[in-house]
Design a protein. Structure first.
Length: 153
């Protein structure tokens, strides 16, 4: 006799409302492979999502919004994270040293690419911050000039 744990299942509309996206966004993320579709779902049946699916979607939306990633970059970041997670699982099995070296060698480029995507966004934000600081400097300069001309008059 097997014990089956029933995880709560949510319909797509419930998930969309909870996460704050449209149902179309969820379907599109499925098409891109970002969010696993319910493979056991009969054609025409309602899509059902687990709490794990919802947490993954929330993380994807957070990354998209926080980093301003394109969908291609989001796919790349998610795939790298998934591959890294599988490598971590292999590491936890306490493999031999040779296997550990292979795991580390495979993990490095994944993390490097993730870091590259984050640093690219950071550089863009720093450039924008610099532009805003220059605008503030110009406003302060114009304000000081205006104040000096008013005190002379």
């Amino acid at each position: 006799m097997s014990i089956q744990v029933d995880e709560a299942a949510f319909r797509i509309g419930e998930v969309a409302q909870r996460v704050g996206v449209t149902t179309r966004t969820i379907r599109y993320y499925e098409e891109l492979g970002l969010l696993g579709a319910d493979s056991g779902r009969a054609k025409g049946a309602h899509r059902l999502y687990s709490e794990t699916n919802i947490m993954r979607l929330q993380e994807l939306i957070r990354l998209r919004d926080l980093l301003g990633l394109s969908l291609d970059e989001l796919v790349e970041l998610a795939e790298a994270e998934e591959a890294r997670g599988m490598l971590c699982s292999q590491w936890e099995l306490q493999p031999a040293e040779e296997e550990k070296r292979r795991i580390l060698d495979e993990a490095r480029p994944l993390v490097e690419r993730q870091l590259e995507l984050v640093q690219l966004r950071l550089a863009t934000l720093q450039q924008f911050a610099g532009e805003l600081e220059e605008k503030l400097r110009q406003i302060d300069e114009a304000s000081a000039e205006l104040g000096a001309s008013l005190s002379v008059a």
